[in-house]
Each structure stands twice: as C-alpha cells, then as structure tokens.
Design a protein around this ligand. Structure first.
Ligand code: LLP
Length: 406
C-alpha cells in the first residue's frame, strides 16, 4: 500500500485500519479533471468526510459537495473555498441554509418548493434546481435517486415552478442539478438522463425564457468490489456524458452550459483498503467455516444495507494458494454481521491480516459504535510514508456523551 507493507501499517497503527493510497486518490481526481476540462469537480464528502482527504483534493483544484452542516464544516476546515462549494440536502435546516450563506458557497441546490422562500429570506444568492426525471438507474433501490416518487429533487412540473418562483424571489437561478443514483456500473441510465435533461432545458427555455447556464450532473460512477464487477473507467464515463450533453444541447439549439460533477465513491473508494486481524476461525457446519475479524458492521455496514459484496486476501500470506472458501464475519452480536459470504483464502489462522479492498467510500463515514466498539483509524499512504488522517476512537470517546448522576 503506497510503498508500505500492510503488515507494517497494521503494526504501527493497529487494526482495523482503513489505509488510503494517496496515488490512487490523485489518479482518480486527475482522471476527472482530464476528462472534463473546464468543469468544476466536487468531491461528494459523504463518501468519507475527512479533512486531510479534502485538503488533498482541494490542492488539485477540486471542490466539495456537502449536504449537512457537519459536511460543510469538514470542507471549511480543509480550506475549500466558497466558490468551490455546493450545498445539497432534501431537508435543509435554517441553520444549514444560513451557514451556506456565511460560507459564501457557490450554489445552494433547491430540493423543494418551500426552499425558494427560505433561501431568499436567508440571503442565498445563487441556486441550482434539482430535477427528478423519473429514470430508474440500474443499482440497489436504496441508492437510486431519480425515479418517479423519489424523495430527492422536484418532478419536472414542480421544477419549472421552482425556477419561476426563485427568479421572482430575486434569486439567480444558474442552472439544473441531476443525480440519478450511486454505484452505477454502466452509462445507460446516465446517458438517458442527460438526453432527458437537454429536452427539459429546452422546455424551460420555451416556457420560461430561461435556460440553464450550469448543469450539475451529480456523481454516481461505481467501482469494482468483487470478481465479476465491471465498472467503466472514469475517463470513459465522463467523456460519454459530456459528448451526450453536447449532442443534446446542440439538438435543442441551446448554449453549452458550464458542467459540475460530484463524484464520491469513484474518487476514494478504490483507494481504501481495510486491514483486519483474524481471530477465531470456526468450522460451524459442513459447508461454513467462519473467519472472525476484529471489526465488522460497525466499520462497514454496506453488506447489511445493500447486500454489498467484497473480496479479501490474507495480506501476510498473499502468495499462498487459496485452499478453501470461508465466510468472513465480524465481532458484533448478530448473525447478520457477515462482511463476505464466501471468499477463497489459504487456511486462515489467528493473527493473520485480512485485507479487504475497495473500502474507501461509505464505510467509515457510515460506521457506528454498535456494541460500544470504537471506530477504526484511517491513514493516508504515499511513497512509503503513512500519515494518520483519522485517529482511532478510544473507549473513552465512545463513552463521552454519557450523563451520570454520580
Ligand atoms: N451528489 C449527490 C447529490 C449525491 O447524493 C451523491 C451520493 C453524490 C453526489 C456522490 O455519489 P457517488 O459518486 O459516491 O455515487 N451509502 C451508499 C451511497 C449513497 C450515495 C448518496 N449520494 C453506498 O454505500 O453505496
């Protein structure tokens, strides 16, 4: 990992540990910037809110897409300038809207009709309107966002209403936002939605005499987690969308808008590898042998939430042949705490180091303290040097919010 053996990282920082390869993060960022020159590329902070990663990305010219007060604070502490911040959220609080104004964010993305007045009253200047085209992206239902009936954005007729109302309220409506879902493994739905957006922009132009100067296409590109997954390369995904945009806008005789992209997972997902220490190895039945690790659903709840699949290897014996299939389970008090249903490994032993790749996005950021387990540390590794970017929680951290009478 970034020039450091996994075993040395585990020794120095303990386990579980999420190790990020800096070069992999940078390569993903450069792929976006290279494929979309002139576009504003924003890191979807929810994938892993982390000040050091945000600083790294901001240093390359990226901004941040934030959806809560907390995410905004991460971006501000990382020094991301206001003109590279976009604020989302399907239920923004007044505090969130005010904080966005104070931070001088580039755009607040209107997600509901009632936000028009609230944004204007809070002093918001520039907005985008999030529109929901009614397109079903081919991904897990929990992470689809542009289907008919989605809680996000506005159906087309209401989006038109919001644009008109916002302009009447004195807001500068710079453009439209669209995010159709996450962990997309092909370009099909994304292409369809860009085509649709061109048609909708034309409708806006006819009905309101207004066309979007900015189009924010959201994030969504998936990564390969396990064998059999095939994800488009960043450059291919982005190029396809931009070509489609060009075609759609030309078809409707509209001026090509400035583009914003908001990748989360595809920027940091592949760069992260979680290192766990193997504990109990238990043959539970003729067909199932459990390999228990020192973490589980508290540091990665994705298998439980989305049926997510991962692969793994024994980092300290990576060159040994796999001998059998094992089920990797966590240390939490429920049977559903299974990280990997089936993975081929050399016979695991207590003390082995299990490495699970592709855990850089939506793992630690979605972690919990279930069973009063402290959350793991994270490090950023480059050129043989590892830097702590998130301290391991202590038991005292977990107990910090307790109130007792004694
Ligand atoms: N923009 C908006 C408005 C979003 O809602 C999201 C993600 C992104 C950008 C970044 O999407 P990405 O490039 O990461 O797909 N917890 C789920 C994923 C939830 C995604 C939420 N929105 C998971 O673990 O799969």
């Amino acid at each position: 990992m970034g020039g450091r053996p996994a075993g040395a990282l585990a020794e120095e920082f303990g386990t579980p540990l999420v190790a990020y390869c800096e070069r992999t993060v940078l390569a993903a960022a450069h792929a976006y910037l290279g494929a979309a020159p002139g576009a504003l590329v924003l890191y979807g902070v929810k994938a892993f809110p982390n000040v050091a990663l945000l600083q790294l990305l901001a240093g390359e010219g990226l901004g941040a897409d934030v959806s809560t007060l907390g995410e905004l604070e991460y971006a501000l502490r990382a020094g991301v300038p206001g003109e590279r911040l976009v604020v989302h959220g399907n239920n923004k609080s007044d505090d969130e809207v005010r904080a966005a104004v104070e931070a001088g964010v580039h755009f607040v993305v209107l997600d509901a009709l009632d936000e028009v007045e609230r944004a204007a009253a809070a002093g918001v200047e520039r907005v985008l309107v999030r529109v929901t085209p009614g397109i079903e992206a081919d991904t897990h239902p929990a992470i689809r966002t542009a289907h008919h009936g989605s809680k996000f954005g506005l159906p087309p007729d209401q989006a038109l209403e919001a644009i008109a109302a916002a302009r009447n309220a004195g807001l500068e409506v710079a453009g439209l936002h669209l995010h159709i879902g996450s962990q997309l493994l092909d370009t099909q739905a994304a292409r369809t939605s860009v085509d649709w957006l061109g048609g909708f922009a034309a409708e806006c132009s006819q009905e309101l005499g207004w066309a979007p100067a900015v189009v924010d296409l959201g994030g969504g590109l998936g990564i390969e987690y396990a064998e059999g997954d095939h994800a488009p390369a960043i450059a291919d995904f982005v190029t396809t969308l931009l070509q489609r945009l060009e075609q759609a806008w030309t078809l409707h005789g509209l001026t090509r808008p400035q583009v914003i992209l908001e990748p989360g997972r595809s920027l940091v997902g592949r760069a992260g590898v979680t290192l766990y220490r193997v504990g109990v190895v238990k043959r539970a039945s003729e067909t199932t042998t459990y390999v228990a690790i020192d973490g589980g659903m508290s540091d990665n709840p994705r298998p439980q939430l989305y049926g997510a699949r991962y692969s793994a290897l024994l980092a300290n014996r990576a060159d040994e042949e796999a001998t059998s299939s094992y089920t990797v389970c966590g240390k939490h008090c429920e049977s559903g705490d299974v990280l990997i249903e089936s993975v081929s490994l050399p016979e695991p032993r207590r003390g082995d180091l299990l490495a699970v790749p592709g855990t850089g996005a939506y793992t630690l950021g979605m972690g919990s303290n279930y069973n009063a387990v402290p959350r793991p540390a994270a490090v950023l590794v480059a050129d043989g040097q590892a830097r702590l970017i998130r301290r391991r929680e202590s038991i005292d951290d977990v107990l910090r919010h307790e109130e007792t009478s004694g």
